[in-house]
Design a protein around this ligand. Sequence first.
Ligand SMILES: Cc1ncc(COP(=O)(O)O)c(C=O)c1O
Length: 438
Amino acid sequence: MNESKPASMSSFWMPFTNNRDFKAHPRLLVSAEGMYYRDVDGNQVLDGTAGLWCVPCGHAQPKIVSAVREMVGQLDFAPTFQMGHPAAFELADRLMDYTSHKFGHVFYTNSGSEAVDTALKIALAYHRAQGEGQRTRLIGRERGYHGVGFGGISVGGIATNRRNFGPMLPGVDHLPHTHDLEKNAFSRGEPEHGANLADELERIIALHDVSTIAAVIVEPVAGSTGVLIPPKGYLQRLRELCTRHGILLIFDEVITGFGRLATPFAFDYFDVEPDIVTCAKGLTNGTIPMGAVFTKRHIHDAFMDAPPGIELFHGYTYSGHPVACAAALATLEVFQEQDLIGQAAAMQEYWADAVHSLKGLPHVIDIRTIGLIAGIELAPIPGKPGARAFSAFKQAFADGILIRTTGDTIALSPPLVIEKKHVDELFAKLATVLKNLD
Ligand SMILES: Cc1ncc(COP(=O)(O)O)c(C=O)c1O
């Protein structure tokens, strides 16, 4: 494996990156094991973000690595259009077990973005199959992130992700976001105030007429816009309203699935059952790209009542790729064998204490924690939004910890195998970064 610096960095157009700045000051990772990356200069970097929220079992997990190696030698590719292979069916059953049979069926994708667009399409087609084809409106939320497909950016609520790519999907509306620094700053777990913001759905329903609304999509905990934790009762209220009005509720669990809240999925944590769930990332421990959409039985069954033929004209060449299925099956085994949910549950208080110990450090205006997630919001430099947190990110990397920033919030989401000594290292180094930040 090539561990040296690339001869040139100009050809790779990097995603969601300040390309010119990065190429002037690169941060190159060359290997990873357990809780640590190693950079091109041989420095250890403690992973405070599970890569991009996607490595719950820790890096280079031996069982997953060998499952991938074995499958790529046995069945490198198999189509799943009018064909199949055993691992895709096996994985679907194991995923239904993992989610306690709250859902009946799984549709495979390759990413979170594709999972979101798939979920939105299934919602629209479901209503049509039910004879309610006029239900075409999709309701997202301000500050929501649902990937980068046209469906995802339309229901998403991040201005920079939408601005240059219009027109968006027609007929989309947005709920207000739930972030309220004045009332909810420095909360642990679900903040007290804001359940009533779910009632905004009533206003949207009144405006457009309920007969036009297909689905509401939200992240149970929004990650990409700075760790926004739902206020107590908010998701329950959304569920009630959707049920009352025949609207499908979609939870985008791309980052909250697979143990992030010390429960299998966030819907378990909040005890709210959506009709459709999207996931990706932790599904394969980040090893091989894969996403999935879980649907309630009645949604799938509505398609099976159609005249014989292809029931859903949708799918990807790599839906249920054998190597991704092998990685996901091994990931689920690791979750069970190592009781990763139990490990996360045992660590979450220690984690929250460590994060909240940063209160009072320069620029820290809010700290939010839930499960093994933390958001640390910094006061922005006037006129330069995001700049302060980004310089914290750069300094942190130089000091040997990987953090992630979005706007002026530092978002942390370590592998679930994190131990107390790693928590101590992460927050000692982060405290030093914050103390020295301009
Ligand atoms: C909630 C949510 N949905 C969708 C996505 C998109 O996933 P991907 O980058 O795999 O397309 C992300 C990515 O971070 C996410 O956080």
